[in-house]
Design a protein. Sequence first.
Length: 462
Amino acid sequence: MSTQKSNTAPISPRPGLRLHNSHQRTTVPFTPDDASNVRLYFCGPTVYDRVHLGNLRSMLSADVLVRLLKALYPQVTYVRNITDIDDKIIQRARENDEDISHLTERTTKDFHDDLAALNILPPTVEPRATQHIPDMLEMIGRLITQGHAYETEGHVLFDVTSFPSYGALSGRSLEDMLAGARVDVADYKRNPGDFVLWKPSRNDEPGWDSPYGRGRPGWHIECSAMAERYLGESFDIHGGGNDLLFPHHENERAQSLCCYPHGHFARHWVHTGMLLSNGEKMSKSLGNFHTIHEVLERTPAEALRLLFLGSHYRSTLDFTWEKLDEARRIMDRFYRALEKTPPASTDSLPADMLEALCDDLNTPLALSALHRYADAALEGQQSAANHLWAGGQLLGLFTMKPADWFQGGTDLDPATIEALIEKRLAARKARDFALADQIRNDLAEQGILLEDGPAGTTWRKG
RNA sequence: GGUCUGGUGGCAGAAUGGCUAUGCAUCGGACUGCAAAUCCGCGUAUGUGGGUUCGAUUCCCGCCCAGACCUCCA
């Protein structure tokens, strides 16, 4: 049995979580407003198309963070929105000749399926923008009343000069932005940096009645409104891909702090690094993206998960199929270790892994510990197998039984394979190695690998 | 052009003011009829030029290179 009896109790001493705060640009100790309920918000997808691997990476980074927080704190409230009103959605629906709600429902379902395949935990609340239009209008009204927003030509715009610390989050000054302005400045804006809170809708565009006419919200206001609705004026962590830092998060922060001056909005900002494909940012607009669906057709989901865990969440990661294959081989080894020494206790969370994750989610370092446990588990050490299992669970790995990992979902019927193994065994006994090897090669061509061990011949998917 | 991040062995990827993880691949060996799997063994790699220091990959400055943001983007 495990030697870690103490791990069945709350971990003590509990390591302190240190987390990089992109607002301060340093890694700092994380202290929640309310240690009995950690509250965080992550920006979810705009549902007009399948999410790609880059989108997935930030969702996965959030998942690791949430899993860790759940291990450290009694309660975690995790809000991740769905943006289901947006000009890209309108445009795509038009291109597809598809009803907007059909497009968003369909894409949202795909999104959920993809995340579930990756064993990404669902958020506590998953609000949709279209269900919070009144909340947004209320915020917009307050911003106008308080002099932070103005109405012009059917638009409501946020006045960035009304918020002295505008730019502080993303580390840029208004002057710099004005100096290097590459934005086409609409002539109804007072300042080039002013951004839309509400915009008018034509008759053929979706819209809601408002004091400013029939229209729809700008992009940023939804997150401010939904974060306030579910997490309050102040909460602990706000995150997303680092391409959201500006303008999206900067604008959210401006809106929220101006609307609720007594709150602090998000204390801690977490931004994930970009995923590259062929050395360039994977993005829908560049067209160099791979969908999750596409990847899962050729690799088990856990290999993809491991690939992402193998690099730090803040670093850029260049996706290649070779890395995916490598990740799959590593998973093979982990599952082989679990098969050799089945875990007997599931609560032996290894302290070194917890420590690594508490150091700004150092998943590569945590994985190196996992390798050590796998080595020892292959030697038959029970406590190592327990640690391997528990540590993998913390990272969202090992959702399968080893037998299913190695033998699940084959084209060939297992009984057929067993019969061929018997036939080959007979050939070997007769020292007819040519026939034995031919059987083995034929199976290999069908993706079935044979392994002769002391206890007999076993098979697995190749 | 402005802002920022980063450049570690063949590849991926941690860490650190002095002893440089881990994995994959390669190579050699054990095991095997041969393989596969497993095990053992093998690699001084920190872009570049200065500076600080007894000592720098780690701190500071310049340069080169790469990527991100400045426009929708996770």
